[in-house]
Design a protein around this ligand. Structure first.
Ligand SMILES: C[S@@+](CC[C@H](N)C(=O)[O-])C[C@H]1O[C@@H](n2cnc3c(N)ncnc32)[C@H](O)[C@@H]1O
Length: 406
């Protein structure tokens, strides 16, 4: 077996499948213990400095590694910084220092013949489990979500204004770039494309727990509101061969989604059960009209992009469109339901959820919400919250039904 094939066998596996619930609880307990030990054993001044310096440089190194496509460059086997620099058109000495930092933090492995001095020409870098996740063709690829959320030319301006945002409560992205995020995406197609691919990366990291931990097959029709390129809907349709699906998003996103579905031979069978609709979820008259009874209206990671006032508008639009649809209709919000600060039941996923909350604050003036906030918004929009079903991923399903006649 060639080195590249052996590497692929070891590191290009789908590792996103969550463990069974009982093991999951045990894992969460162990991780809490490790976190407690770290806090208890490291000097507080060192730890807080490490969070400030290490956290910032780490994020930028991971983002730069993803932007330079280094993991893809190492797909065929180990290379020196000099060879990589030649391939991507970079400065070998600086690239070596970047890779040295990354390797010190467990991303990539490095080797050098014992009789040679380490350096850009002599040290060979190789992918490992972590760096392999930055490869475009990895089943758990995280490249686009990292490019979308961390630093970089277009997005670091928002984080630089975090202090301003906390002091004033103002819209941070707009202050930095002169327009809201989704408007900015329209005039910057590469940002829009990367954003939609980032959504697919999030799927790749959740394994199948969102699909497995909620009884999706009870529905005959899936209406994915703002479903981007439709990766989630494709999974639902594949899981439930009796169902149909309607993918709704903004016109420029839907035309790209249609092209992607057309060109993807793996989607041809389910494409027959799919229709595409475009519009604006603030305008209820542009939402699709559903003739099939038993529909799930899915808003996955949508409400967290918006402040309360706009979420109310979106939910009211969906409520109005449901009024014209054949009942029964169920609203399924797939969101990170957040816990209160210092909650005793918080686990490592709450670090990601609270980070996502800040990301939403910066990029969209949005937020992650807790159970009480969901109940209040849903009631105001004419829904009744039925239950919140946790999954083994970061996400829960917030299930609601129409509560009022229109
Ligand atoms: C965070 S993404 C979520 C995508 C998808 N639901 C998922 O989970 O992968 C937000 C989506 O909202 C869409 N969107 C933003 N503004 C919209 C609007 N006014 N009407 C319809 N869709 C909109 C974007 O195009 C984008 O696809």
């Amino acid at each position: 077996m060639s080195a590249a094939a052996d590497h692929d066998r070891r590191y290009m596996r789908d590792e996103s499948r969550p463990p069974p619930w009982c093991l999951m609880w045990l894992l969460l307990l162990v991780l809490r213990l490790v976190n407690w030990l770290q806090t208890a054993m490291l000097p507080p001044a060192l730890r807080i400095a490490d969070m400030a310096f290490g956290g910032h440089s780490m994020a930028e190194v991971v983002r730069t590694t993803a932007a330079l496509g280094l993991a893809d460059q190492l797909a065929q086997g180990p290379k020196t910084a000099l060879a990589l620099a030649r391939d991507i058109g970079a400065n070998a000495e600086r690239l070596y220092r970047l890779l040295r930092f990354a390797t010190a933090h467990g991303i990539f492995t490095a080797s050098c013949p014992s009789d040679r001095q380490q350096g850009p020409e002599t040290t060979f870098f190789c992918n490992n489990r972590l760096s392999a996740c930055l490869r475009e063709d990895h089943p758990n690829c995280q490249r686009h979500v990292i490019l979308n959320c961390v630093g970089g030319q277009y997005l670091s301006g928002g984080w630089a204004l975090l202090e301003w945002g906390v002091r004033t409560g103002g819209p941070i992205f707009e202050k930095a770039y002169g327009e809201p995020f989704f408007e900015h995406c329209k005039s910057h197609p590469h940002l829009e494309e990367n954003f939609s691919k980032a959504m697919t990366d999030i799927d790749h990291s959740c394994g199948n727990s969102i699909l497995q931990d909620y009884p999706w097959t009870r529905y005959q029709c899936y209406v994915d509101i703002a479903g981007a390129y439709g990766s989630f809907m494709a999974d639902l349709l594949a899981m439930n061969p009796q169902s149909i699906g309607i993918l709704f998003d903004q016109p420029h996103v839907i035309s790209r989604a249609e092209a992607m579905w057309r060109d993807d031979p793996k989607r041809q069978a389910i494409a027959k059960r799919t229709s595409f609709a475009s519009g604006d979820f603030f305008k209820p008259e542009t939402l699709p009209c559903i003739k099939q009874a038993g529909s799930a209206w899915i808003l996955r990671q949508i409400c967290h992009d918006w402040p309360d006032q706009q979420v109310l508008q979106i939910l009211k639009s969906v409520r109005a469109a449901m009024g014209a649809a054949k009942p029964p209709c169920t609203l399924c919000l797939v969101e990170m339901v957040i816990l209160g600060a210092g909650s005793p039941t918080a686990d490592y996923r709450d670090r990601v959820r609270t980070a996502s909350d800040l990301q939403m604050m910066i990029n969209h003036d949005g937020k992650e919400r807790d159970a009480a906030q969901w109940a209040e918004l849903l009631t105001k929009a004419g829904f009744q919250l039925k239950k919140i079903i946790p999954t083994r991923s970061l996400f829960s399903i917030v299930e609601a039904v129409p509560s009022t006649e229109l």
